[in-house]
Ligand binder design. Structure first.
Ligand code: ADP
Ligand code: MG
Length: 456
């Protein structure tokens, strides 16, 4: 079986658990994978109608599942046979077009000492929103273990945390070859730990596990917010942290939120995360977004008019991965239709579809509206101060879903709910998350509402 087919099969298995059987058989299963074009999976629909329906109703689900299974893929394109032919012709006449069937997309992230080549400091556009984090990462890369230890980077999804970590790794590979630099996501750290703990030859595998991480000169743990789920991981990270820290080794941690908002997190770990340098990355302004697109065009060897780049940059404000994805989409459309990248009509078409996609964006308002609809109460009541049982549960569910589906600081969520304190928000979130484990009715309700939000 080809690699691309394997990738699609993996995604299919996951999608099956997400949507009902009928639409799955009727639509999703009829799609076939064509190729991976840069960061996007290209799927072939056998009819125009299938393309329209799957795009409208299921694209966001396919995209969401795909990003979970293959984090380095960021979007999906669905094309018809006719479009595929135009595309194939174009590809034939241009052998440089990077259609990539041979590497599994996240293979490069599998090993803990391999870094994505393009994630370098040189390729990182610096502006107001990230200059502090960038400077800190550079300082740490040049002199690991000396100044800012640990370095705690935090910021929303797609704003460059992983990029900066890999840039540090790449820097070491180039300039400080003797340094042992290890990068791992906290999810993978947890999985390896669980595997080692459940191994029958427990002693050896735990010993190897510990050795692997405690031998590092630089240890980078990405997306640390996920360790909150397991006590064993927190315990292990605590000891790894202490060993490395006392030996003067560099630790770099990233998260989508500041240490004080990670929950549940043992206090002793929180204190340690905060004891070095905490640097945040915020959303890039328009000028910076245009600069990022310009840089990407240069790297791709395509020329695009500044007005068009501005148009693209105005569409995506909060996620650089999506921003880059949209540029790739325009280039993809140009290839698909055989048009020039600056063809206004073609660009309009490429962006139009994105705008449709954007309508599905999930916001705090949308989540609260869905919960209100489900419980047949008003959104104002959910956001208000009433403390009756009929209102408190939907309010807590709204808060829980907001923290699960969005990355918004707790303080801002508190503001949205009429000026509540961030600890109240944290309490509501943890309460629902704990109750769901014991109360299957509640778990089903929450899942149903979540489906409603994601499908609307
Ligand atoms: P995070 O880990 O914060 O979710 P990533 O590091 O994965 O985000 O970044 C998402 C994408 O955006 C990557 O392709 C990355 O190269 C790109 N990116 C992020 N910030 C910048 C930047 N300042 N300059 C250039 N590319 C960036
Ligand atoms: Mg990341």
């Amino acid at each position: 079986m080809s690699k691309i087919q394997q990738i699609w099969d993996n995604i299919l298995t996951e999608i099956e658990g997400e949507i009902s059987a009928l639409p799955f058989d009727l639509w999703i299963k009829t799609l076939s994978p064509v190729c991976i074009y840069k960061d996007r999976l290209v799927l072939l629909a056998n009819t125009e109608a299938t393309k329209n329906i799957t795009e409208k109703r299921y694209r966001s689900t396919i995209k969401k599942v795909m990003q979970k299974v293959f984090p380095s893929l960021s979007d999906v394109e669905i094309i018809t046979e006719e479009e595929k032919q135009a595309f194939d012709q174009y590809v034939e006449s241009d052998n440089d077009l990077p259609i990539n069937e041979s590497i599994a997309p996240d293979e490069e992230l599998e090993q803990t000492d391999r870094f994505v080549e393009s994630y370098t400091f040189d390729n990182f556009v610096v502006g107001k929103s990230n200059e502090f984090a960038n400077a800190a990462a550079r300082a740490v890369a040049e002199k690991p273990g000396s100044k800012y230890n640990p370095l705690f980077l935090y910021g929303g999804v797609g704003l460059g945390k992983t990029h900066l970590m890999h840039a540090i790794g790449n820097y070491h590979k180039q300039n400080l070859k003797y340094i042992k630099c290890i990068y791992i996501s906290s999810e993978r750290f947890t999985n390896e730990l669980i595997e080692a703990l459940s191994d029958s030859k427990k002693r050896d595998s735990m010993k190897n596990f510990r050795k692997k991480y405690r031998d590092a000169d630089v240890l980078m743990i990405d997306d640390i917010q996920f360790i909150a789920r397991t006590v064993a991981t927190q315990e292990e990270i605590f000891h790894t942290f202490n060993d490395l820290y006392l030996a003067g080794k560099q630790i770099i941690i990233s998260s989508d939120r500041p240490p004080k908002e990670i929950a549940p997190l043992e206090e002793r770990l929180r204190t340690r995360f905060e004891c070095g340098l905490v640097a945040d990355i915020s959303q890039p302004d328009l000028e910076m977004r245009i600069a990022i697109l310009e840089k990407m065009c240069n790297a791709e060897g395509v020329y695009m008019d500044r007005n068009i780049l501005r148009e693209i940059a105005e569409k995506v404000t909060s996620n650089i991965r999506d921003l880059k994805g949209l540029l790739t989409r325009v280039i993809f459309f140009a290839n698909l239709t055989g048009k020039d990248c600056n063809d206004a009509e073609m660009v309009k078409n490429a962006l139009k579809d994105y705008a449709d996609d954007k309508n599905e964006v999930i916001t705090m308002v949308k989540i609260t509206n869905c919960v209100a609809e489900y419980f047949n109460i008003s959104t104002e009541e959910i956001k208000g101060k009433k403390k009756t049982k009929e209102i408190v549960l939907p309010r807590q569910i709204s808060i829980y879903l907001i923290t699960e589906l969005l990355t918004i600081p707790l303080i801002n969520i508190g503001e949205f709910f009429g000026g509540k304190d961030h600890t109240t928000i944290m309490h509501a979130r943890d309460k629902i998350s704990a109750s769901m484990r014991e109360n299957s009715l509640l778990a089903t309700q929450v899942k149903d509402i979540k489906d409603m939000i994601l499908k609307k």
